[in-house]
Structure formats: C-alpha cells, structure tokens
Design a binder for this molecule. Structure first.
Ligand code: NAX
Length: 350
C-alpha cells in the first residue's frame, strides 16, 4: 500500500458529484492531471489555476493527482485543504501520494515540476545525475500507468535533459508526448522586446527560444514582427546582442537576486500557457517548446531542444524553413553543444 492518501477526505467524495452537474450543464468528462512537486512554490501558483480551468478550459473538469516525496506529504495536505476551500466547480477529485505509479495512473496531462535542487557543494554533473534518477523512474511510471495520449511537460531543471531521460524511459510512448518548458523564456523575451519598442506584448509575434532552458538559450528576434513590422528594423543589433540576449538568459538569476527565491508565479503561468496551447491550439502563433528534435535546422535528432512550434489539433509541429544567418547558427550550435554534453553526462541512465 503506497503512502498515498487517495480518497482519504470525505469532503472530496462530495466534489465527485460533478457527474450530476455534468449532466445538467453539458460539461466534458473529467481528465486526469498529474502534478509532481505539488507542495513546492511553483505548484502553489499552478494548482489553483488548473483547478479554475485556465489550462484546459472552463468546461473541462479535472481530477488532480498530486505527487510529492514522503517528507513533503504534510505540506501537500495543507495545499490540498486550500484547494478544497476554493470549492472549484471543475475539480472532480484530488489524490495525494508519494507513489509515482499511483500519481500517473490514467494521467492525461503530466506536469513534472518536482526536482532536486542544487545542494551546497554540488557540482552541475551531480545535479544532473540526481535528477536523472528521479526522471528515469517517473518516465517509467508514466510508461506503465498514463493514458496512451498523455501530454507531458517537464518544468523541473535541468528541464530539457530531464525530459530526454523521462522519454527514453518510456519506450511504449511516442517521444513527441514529452516536452520541456521554455515558455517562460519565450514570454520574458516577448515582454522585454515589447518594452524596448514601446509596444504591447500582444502585438509581438514570432519570438523564438532555441535550445536549452539555461544560460546558453538563444532568444531569436529575426522572425519576429511587431504590429506586422520586422522587429530587426525597430531595434539595434547591438542592443540585441549586448542587452536583450544576456538579460533573457540571466532573467532567472535576476529574479533570485531580487526576490531571494526563484521565479514561481511566472513559471506557473508559462506552464499553463504551454499546456493550454498544446491542448487547445496556439491559434496559428509561434510558441517555443522543448521537443524531441527530428533533425530540423540541422540540430541533432533526439535531443530535447527548444524550437519554434505551432500547436493545432491537440499536437504541435516544428515551424520549418526559417532563414538562419551566421549569428543565429553560432548561437544555436552553442546551446546544442551544451545539451549534448548534458546527455553524455547521464548516458548510463538513457
Ligand atoms: P520547490 O523546491 O519550491 O518545489 C519543488 C518540490 O518538488 C518540493 O516540494 C519537493 O519536495 C518536490 N520534489 C522533489 N523531488 C521530488 C520527486 N522525486 N517527486 C515528487 N516531488 C519531488 O521548487 P520550485 O520553485 O517549485 O521549482 C521546481 C523546479 O522548477 C525546479 O527544478 C526549478 O529549477 C524549476 N524551474 C524551471 C523553470 C523552467 O522554465 N523550466 C523556471 C522556474 C524554475 O526555476
């Protein structure tokens, strides 16, 4: 018997009366949404928005399946009490567990947020290996338990390589089911370019984050339009190279410095946007997603690399045939090389 406390709260049984309401209001069948690291700070900003229908729509009931490590189950119980106290109409059930097989049972959507943070004296390689163990076990549990059409988003860092590991440990699922989050970087880049050009973020189109969710990522404005005008005509290349690119790459560190904690609400917002677009479509707009490379743009096949994608019909496709100049190519290769190195460092777990 796992230490999960599935169904332990009688009040949640009452929430299951969603079935009766469904008949009355023509709501859809509930879907199962698994969130790992559910007692952490990103999840605290994320779960309430999923429960409110911001990720999958206001007509889509959800069963939340929350995974934590054993020592964090008490804290998770507190978060769950707060979700209950919202009396969300769309919540059709909540499960809390420290057992991955229970958490991923029948999951339609998995948000892998929980990860091992870097401890004192821990080398990057040690961090990669510690997380590789977590994500290989979770990938295998997803393979065994999740719905065959599952959509997986990896948020926990190092997100791209954790995603690669999870996917390789799920041989019965198509690798396209596994994605890594670079949407926060994408949104940061959009907001920064909008501010620089005195425009609103909603008129910035065609932003791209290439590569790794790390300081080597390449935020690329060459295909960006602002109110239909090419962005490269509105800003100086010097600003792009000296300010824009490094500030997007270092934005996470700047937030830690200012807040004393890493970004949480903006990360949760990006996770919601990533999943919402994947599930419901990006309305023809380019968004950035870390996905299993298919050789597009000469990037090594099989690496989880952030590409420009368009989401439609519950899937996504890498946007093809964008012109890449020498500057962009060098940036894209640098981040690809870092991903190759990360993969080689944990090769024994693939
Ligand atoms: P917190 O430390 O607040 O929460 C992480 C939670 O994960 C903890 O409650 C911990 O108990 C749990 N956990 C650890 N191992 C677990 C396991 N094996 N199974 C289930 N749960 C487990 O971190 P938080 O600020 O929420 O950040 C979570 C992750 O997101 C970190 O790895 C962080 O680096 C990463 N981020 C990724 C971003 C991205 O754009 N891809 C941006 C934000 C964030 O930095």
């Amino acid at each position: 018997m796992p230490k999960g406390i599935e169904g332990s709260n009688p009040s949640l049984t009452a929430i299951n009366s969603v079935n009766q309401r469904k008949q009355a209001t023509h709501m859809k069948e509930p879907v199962r949404v698994t969130v790992t690291g559910a007692a952490g700070q990103i999840s605290y900003a994320l779960l309430f928005r999923i429960a409110a229908g911001e990720m999958l729509g206001k007509d889509q009931p959800v069963i939340l399946q929350l995974l934590e490590i054993t020592p964090a189950l008490d804290a998770l119980a507190g978060t769950v009490m707060e979700i209950e106290d919202c009396a969300f109409p769309l919540v059709a059930g909540i499960e809390q567990t420290d057992d991955p097989d229970t958490a991923f049972g029948g999951a339609d959507y998995c948000l892998l947020v929980g990860a091992r943070p870097r401890g004192p004296g821990m080398e990057r390689k040690d961090l990669l290996k510690a997380n590789a163990k977590i994500f290989s076990a979770q990938g295998a549990a997803i393979d065994r338990q999740a719905s065959r059409g599952v959509k997986v988003l990896v948020v926990g860092n190092p997100a791209n390589t954790n995603c690669l590991i999870a996917s390789r440990n799920a041989p019965n699922l198509d690798p396209s089911r596994f994605t890594a989050m670079t949407r926060l970087d994408h949104n940061r880049a959009v907001a920064m370019l909008a501010a620089q050009t005195g425009s609103h973020s909603t008129v910035v189109d065609g932003m791209i984050i290439w590569g790794n969710h790390s300081a080597t990522q390449y935020p690329d404005i060459h295909h960006c339009r602002i109110d239909s005008r090419p962005a490269v005509e509105l800003v100086e290349h010097e600003w792009v190279e000296r300010r824009f690119i490094p500030e997007v790459q270092q934005r996470g560190a700047a937030i830690i410095k200012a807040r004393g904690l890493s970004s949480a609400a903006s990360a949760a917002n990006a996770a919601i946007a990533h999943m919402r677009d994947w599930a419901l479509g990006s309305a023809g707009r380019i968004v950035s997603m870390g996905v299993c490379g298919d050789g597009s743009y000469g990037i090594e096949k099989g690496l989880v690399y952030s590409f420009p994608v368009i989401c439609e019909n519950g899937g996504y496709r890498i946007v093809q045939d964008l012109a890449i100049n020498d500057f962009s190519r060098a940036m894209m290769t640098a981040t690809e090389n870092e991903l190759r190195q990360e993969r080689d460092d944990i090769a024994d777990l693939l």
